[in-house]
Design a protein around this ligand. Sequence first.
Ligand SMILES: *Cc1c(COP(=O)(O)O)cnc(C)c1O
Length: 373
Amino acid sequence: MERMMKRTWAEISLGNLEHNVRNMQAQLPEGCRYLGVVKANAYGHGAVPVAKRLEEIGVTNMAVACYDEAVQLREAGITAQLLILGPSPAFLAKDIAVLGDVCQAVGSLSLAQAMSAEMDGSGLTLPIHLKLDTGMSRTGFSVMQHGALEAAAQAMALPGLDAQGVFTHFAVSDELGNDFTAEQFLRFTRSVSWLEETSGKKFALRHCTNSGAMVNYPEMYLDMVRPGIAQYGLYPASEHGALDLKPVMKLMTRVAEITDHLPGDTVSYGRTYTCERPHRFAVLPIGYADGLHRALSNQLEVVIGGEKARQCGRICMDMCMVDITDLPGVQIGDPVEIFGGEQSVDALAELAGTISYELLCAVSPRVPRVYVD
Ligand SMILES: *Cc1c(COP(=O)(O)O)cnc(C)c1O
């Protein structure tokens, strides 16, 4: 059994995932759908186990970033309606259609035309969601520009495509009180009305709510919400709104070795930490190849047996050292929390100069995911 002990692992609480989803579903008005965003390996939590739990609790819609992620879910037997959020190359149009109930985001007339041409003669229809750019300037028909809506209307009319949905993405919905979200929402709803009037067709799904809007703008839920980070139990900003979320991932490692050092000894590459007194270090088998950002060197604290221990010296590829001089009870094999329990991902992200999303996604494939409840 001892040989089975993991060096470093990510504990994934599917119970907390379920709690978060149910909590958000409870906020939704009658008829509003919940789409779970499971792109990027479900923000590092494992796309297939996460999607399976979502499906078990009745989530009917999920979003991925690209075709390969949609294939992974279908191969695992996930039958929920999928939305590919990113642009796909046109030559994949038929492959996407044969997956069944997979919608492709389309944000330009040229892509729509190329996909329509691919579908020609296949006897299949590709379901699409029109992507409108209302101020993010990433992808989508840029509704601020002359002719963009006419182009979107043309895309809707193309054979082989079925525009079932329309959506946009917010740039600052996590910032409560920033007027730009209301501006984007207004641009979106006006554009959708214009498209529906012009085409004579009603979209089944109009959606714009990411986690920021989930917390801050309940009036913008429309037909479907699509939270990502909130599903994994993290708030996009300090506001919590009506939501009650629990972190899903806990990143854990364990003490691999204990070493003693003399005053004057320097620690790790670059000698960035000098022992001022006799030191005892715990060597932890986690490094930047596991997703522990090197930028956190000499800043990070970890939690061992409920106590904080300071990380000293540069974080290496596979290891780092923490000071346990004042924690005499620590022993080889003791579990160590990096984040997700007593230490929040957000606090760590701030230290690293980034956001929780990046730390979760950074947990590398080398780290086994261990699923609990
Ligand atoms: C990633 C993504 C989301 C989810 O964003 P969160 O901030 O994690 O809620 C929603 N919509 C689109 C288009 C996205 O790319």
